[in-house]
Design a binder for this molecule. Structure first.
Ligand SMILES: Nc1nc2c(ncn2[C@@H]2O[C@H](COP(=O)(O)OP(=O)(O)OP(=O)(O)O)[C@@H](O)[C@H]2O)c(=O)[nH]1
Ligand SMILES: [Mg+2]
Ligand SMILES: [Zn+2]
Length: 379
């Protein structure tokens, strides 16, 4: 790895502090990072620099992939993993093995500068993050730095990237055969977002007790031929649970999928004792009720960890350009170079080899429709 370069950056602080009022409990608030250091400076100054003080120099280093790593006094801090992060400010952190307080949970706030250097404050700290935090009394602390992430599951939300979980090695895309009914288009969407986040995907079809397995075979076979692992499962009958345990062992997995498909139920079956709350699927709407409210990381007794996430009704892809989409559909690859135009989007163009392959049944019609929907961006 290249030598790390020391670097100074000027960061903007949010402009929400006109007319500051002096408050009590000063030390406690600084510890909890409720007060902005800049504001205190300005209050103490006889002739403040006004607007100019809204920028501040932060020391750090250039890490892998040109990421910015904050310089922190590491001797006073502990390393840990974020088990859950609510609103990116209230985080539960578990201390890593081999350190004081190993395995203990700390309720942490996030140092403002950590939020400032993050491009989007919402992603400053997310479930799965490796962090360095300053512990204080009563199992509380302040997160001082977030280590560079590898393997993320993200989506677009209100025109911004929303990182759902960080540092995962695989995404388990959970669907149900019925209640709610199977939606291959949604599976394809999740497959693209996993590939975009550089994470392997496995597909789980839960609630197989509600259907005749033979009816699912063509659909399962299609994904298996594309090289994906597909696990037919049922919490009711125990189908697929042992296989899932093997797939999860020593991996960092995130469970994702629509609400009500049985993500939490599957995790409870995989490791009895997790006791994750599960909910009913409304018989009227066939939609789950979002029983799981925020992403939660759990350690597996047989090695590895899993993150249970709240159901997503529709996954908006983030930062996937139309021209890039064909690369995420593995079965298109042999045909793409044969298209007449090099910038063919395989929609209406003349001499499109991909469309021809669909007509000849060499590419599945359903997959092609998923592709079109994703390129057009039509939800
Ligand atoms: N018949 C059948 N029902 C199941 C199965 N797995 C889960 N369920 C039921 O499906 C409902 C929803 O299960 P959950 O585990 O809460 O679903 P979830 O995916 O975690 O939902 P959210 O937390 O809202 O995203 C519950 O009533 C479960 O009992 C299964 O294999 N077969
Ligand atoms: Mg759940
Ligand atoms: Zn084409």
């Amino acid at each position: 790895m290249a030598k790390k370069l020391s670097k100074k950056v000027r960061v903007d602080f949010r402009k929400n502090r006109q007319n500051p009022t002096r408050q009590n409990n000063f030390t406690r608030q600084v510890q909890a990072d409720e007060i902005d250091i800049d504001r205190i400076d300005r209050d103490q100054r006889v002739s403040g620099k006004g607007e100019l003080t809204r920028r501040r120099t932060v020391l750090g280093e250039t890490g892998e992939g040109d990421t910015f790593v904050l310089s922190v006094d590491e001797t006073a801090c502990l390393y840990g993993r974020v088990l859950s992060a609510i609103g990116s400010t209230q985080c539960t952190v578990q201390v890593d093995e081999g350190q004081p307080f190993a395995g203990t949970h700390f309720e942490c706030t996030v140092r403002r500068v950590v939020r400032t250097v993050a491009r989007n404050a919402r992603n400053a700290v997310v479930t799965g993050d490796r962090v360095l935090f300053l512990p204080s009394e009563n199992a509380r602390g302040v997160i001082e730095r977030v280590e560079p992430r590898r393997g993320v599951l993200a989506r677009g939300h209100q025109y911004k990237q929303h990182i759902l979980v960080a540092n995962v090695s695989q995404v388990a895309i959970i669907a149900s055969a019925e209640e709610p009914p199977l939606k291959p288009a949604l599976i394809d969407r999740f497959l693209v977002s996993s590939a975009k986040g550089d994470v392997r995907a496995i597909i789980v079809i839960n609630k197989c007790d509600l259907v005749d397995l033979a009816d699912l075979q063509p659909m399962i076979g299609q994904y298996v031929r594309l090289g994906y692992t597909v696990v037919p499962a049922s919490v009711q009958t125990g189908l697929g649970i042992a296989w899932l345990r093997r797939l999860l062992k020593h991996e960092q997995t995130v469970f994702t999928g629509q609400s009500g498909v049985g993500k939490s139920s599957l995790l409870n079956a995989i490791q009895p004792g997790l006791a994750i709350k599960t909910g009913d699927v409304s018989r009227v709407t066939q939609k789950g009720r979002h029983t799981t409210r925020f992403a939660q990381l759990r350690e597996l007794t047989f090695g590895g960890w899993v993150v249970d996430t709240p159901g997503i009704r529709q996954l908006e892809l983030w930062d996937v350009h139309p021209a890039e989409m064909e690369g995420f559909f593995v079965e298109f690859r042999p045909f793409v170079p044969q298209c007449k135009f090099p910038d063919c989007l395989h929609m209406v163009e003349d001499g499109c080899a991909v469309r021809e392959a669909v007509q000849k049944d060499l590419i599945s019609q359903i997959r092609y429709e998923s592709y079109l929907r994703l390129v057009i961006g039509d939800d």
